[in-house]
Ligand binder design. Sequence first.
Ligand SMILES: [Zn+2]
Length: 321
Amino acid sequence: MGDHYDQDNSIGDHMTSVDLSELQSTLASDVDEELASTPEVIDVGHNLDVSKLAVTARRWHIVTDVVSVVADLKNSTQLGTGKWAASTASIYQAATGNVVRIFDEFDADFLQIQGDGVIGLFWGERRYERAMCAGITVLSFSHDLVNKLEAKWDNLKDLTGYKVGVSNSRVLVKNVGTPRNPAQQEPIWAGKSVNYATKAAQSADRHELIVTGSVWDRITSNDYLALSCSCGSGASDIIWDDFVIDRLPDDDPEAIGRKLVSSWCSVHGAEYCAAILDGKKTRTDVTEARAALQRKHFKNAIWENAERRRTDRRARLSGLR
Ligand SMILES: [Zn+2]
């Protein structure tokens, strides 16, 4: 055994000792205090400053609309074991580190690594544009990553790759954790946004991006996002499929979503990505593709019903504010 092990033995001097009954009575009185008081809720609209979130004060911030992008590595629990153990460390490093970099490049307003997955949150200006460009870039990266992994380890064939989910909602946020110890503090994001994006990602297969109903409502009129590029036989509506997210409650119209089965085109990708971030929405080459997209949902009772309920919900929420 080397020196490393001898040094680590000093950890043995530090025993964990817990006064359990004391801890339990503290927990109980904290819950009583919390339930007896009304927490302060500050509506910050679209302007949240994460560094100003309180830990001890009972103060929550409400953000009008947060777009969550969840990137999940397929079959990651299998990767850690048995015949894939040797490749796991390299995969995690190459995969997670670079997805974090992608979210950062698209100015994610908050980033969190959760196990094998990465969550990027976007609010404020161009939040849908930044979120979608980040998500699509993860899909492109997923193809490149998997090609390289499979070239190096042939037993990885068809095993892994990124699955992406995107959702949005109003969110309540507060820092929770141990006061005076920033290492044990983290914001909690209460609301459907993160939760539904996680479930959408879980419902996807690798190299797929699934959006909930409301996210589609927000991007459907953007020609650069909703329709394919002009390569091949021209712009079309075939890059997205209707997709029911069966992990969501089936009476929630958010479950009637769509699935992107394409990623950035090697010819048009850079140009379209820049156009989207620039706030551009209209192309001149999509008249027929637009008509085809409208026909797809015309007289589709399930689709129309879900869309109407989402519109009603948005109207109700904005009326309350
Ligand atoms: Zn193209």
